[in-house]
Structures are given as C-alpha cells and as structure tokens.
Design a protein around this ligand. Structure first.
Ligand code: HEM
Ligand code: HEM
Length: 185
C-alpha cells in the first residue's frame, strides 16, 4: 500500500491563489519597492531641489497606487474563496500566517491614507503621475505633523512585518521545502 502523508501531498500539489490575487500581491510588492526606494533615495539630493521633489512625487504616486491596488485586492479577496491553508502545516502556523496577513492589509491601507492626510493637512496638493490631487481638507499643521509621525513610525512596522513575512515564505520554500511560494506565483 502506498502511504501519502499530508507533507508529501504538499510537496506534489499546492492549490494556488487566483490569478487576480497573485497579480495584485506582486504589483503591491513592486509599488512598495518603488515607494520605499524613492523616499530613502531623496536624501541624496539637497532640500528644496527639483530632484528631491521628484523623488517625493514618485513616492506619493507609488503610495496612492498601492492604496488603489489594496482596495481592489480586498474586494477580490472577499468576493472569491481563498485556497485552503497549506497541507501539513500545524494549526498555529496557519493562525500566525492569517494574523500576519491581516496586519499587512491594515498597514498597507493605513500607510497611504496617513501619507495623504499629512500632505493635505499641510496645505499641499498630492502629485499623482503628473496630476495634482487636492483633498478638501483645511490646513492643520498639528494634525499634519501627527499624521507624518505616525506614517514614519508605520514605515518601521512595514519593514519589520514585510521582512518577517518574506522570511517566513522563504523558510517554507527552502527549509521546509513545501513549495509554498508556488501558491503565490
Ligand atoms: C504603502 C505606502 C507607503 C509606504 C510604505 C511609505 C513609506 C514611507 C517611508 C519609509 C518614509 C520615510 C520615513 C522616514 O524617513 O523616517 C515615508 C515618508 C513620507 N511619506 Fe510615505 N509611504 C507610503 C505612502 C505615502 C503616500 C501615499 C504619501 C502621500 C500622498 C506619503 C507621503 C510621505 C511623506 C510626506 C513623507 C515624509 C517625507 C519627508 O520627511 O521628507 N507616503 N513614507
Ligand atoms: C509589500 C510586501 C508584501 C506584502 C504587503 C504582502 C502581503 C501578503 C498578504 C496579505 C498575503 C495573504 C494573501 C492575501 O490575502 O493577499 C500574502 C501571501 C503570500 N506572500 Fe506576501 N506580501 C509581501 C511580500 C512578499 C514577498 C517579498 C514574498 C516572498 C519572498 C511573499 C510571499 C508570499 C507567499 C508565498 C504568500 C502565500 C502564503 C500562503 O499561501 O498562505 N510576499 N502576502
């Protein structure tokens, strides 16, 4: 008789996320790489320079793109069934993964909103792909400062949680060798 453990099963077959979920996952990742690279690279240029402003325009355009993609992703996620959790994983691992995914949704939705609020309360328009987006908010310096501070603290959490999430995915792939990445590729 041929015995197949759940782990062996997971080696041979991994149900995938839908094409829409996979595409949105990697587009958001690409957007985050661009947003973070642009804002970190801005310090190369002196304050008040056009290049520095261009870096912020790239940051803000990428950030708003992330917001739109995340809203779309949320819609797709609730409108179709998710693949079952990876076969053979203990329950705590599924729970930890779900909790992490929830935190990532909250972060990637909250970050662009906070960024937009920080800019709008400062009285600035938001550059989005060459257009100027004006939010109907009155200037409020203290609110702008607060939103900016939360946005910057949030950025640290983005680094930590995305780092842990990517490390977990790579650990599954290369240490547990359960082809988890295939679910998202
Ligand atoms: C998921 C999307 C976003 C991520 C991951 C993100 C991340 C970051 C990071 C890492 C920083 C630098 C923090 C620091 O230097 O301490 C930053 C700063 C900033 N971000 Fe974002 N951001 C996002 C979206 C946005 C959006 C949509 C806007 C505005 C429309 C925005 C406006 C700003 C501003 C004004 C700063 C401060 C820049 C400065 O101090 O010169 N961000 N963001
Ligand atoms: C901005 C960075 C990232 C964010 C915000 C993010 C977010 C998420 C979320 C929320 C999920 C759950 C599925 C969903 O509801 O959409 C997920 C799944 C997944 N992510 Fe990411 N991710 C990021 C980067 C990465 C990277 C860099 C890797 C690989 C090294 C990765 C690998 C995976 C895999 C394999 C899954 C499927 C996990 C499963 O089957 O349960 N992600 N990601």
């Amino acid at each position: 008789m041929h015995l197949t453990s759940p782990h062996t099963l997971s080696l041979t077959f991994q149900p995938k996320y839908s094409l829409a979920m996979r595409a949105l996952h990697w587009l958001v990742f690409l957007g985050a790489v661009v947003a973070v690279a642009a804002v970190e690279f801005r310090d190369v240029f002196p304050k008040g320079s056009t290049e520095r402003a261009a870096m912020m325009a790239i940051h803000e355009s990428a950030g708003i793109t992330i917001l739109v993609l995340m809203l779309l992703r949320l819609l797709v996620r609730v409108s179709q069934p998710l693949p079952p959790p990876p076969a053979g994983d203990p329950r705590w691992m599924d729970r930890a993964a779900s909790a992490m995914h929830f935190v990532l949704y909250v972060l990637m939705l909250a970050m662009p909103v906070l960024g937009m609020l920080a800019v709008a309360w400062k009285g600035r328009t938001i550059p989005v792909y060459g257009f100027q987006l004006a939010l109907p908010l009155a200037i409020n310096e203290p609110y702008s400062k607060l939103a900016k501070e939360i946005h910057e603290t949030g950025a640290t959490f983005v680094y930590i949680f995305v780092g842990l999430h990517a490390a977990a995915a790579l650990w599954h792939q290369f240490v547990l060798k359960d082809r988890l990445l295939r679910r998202m590729i």
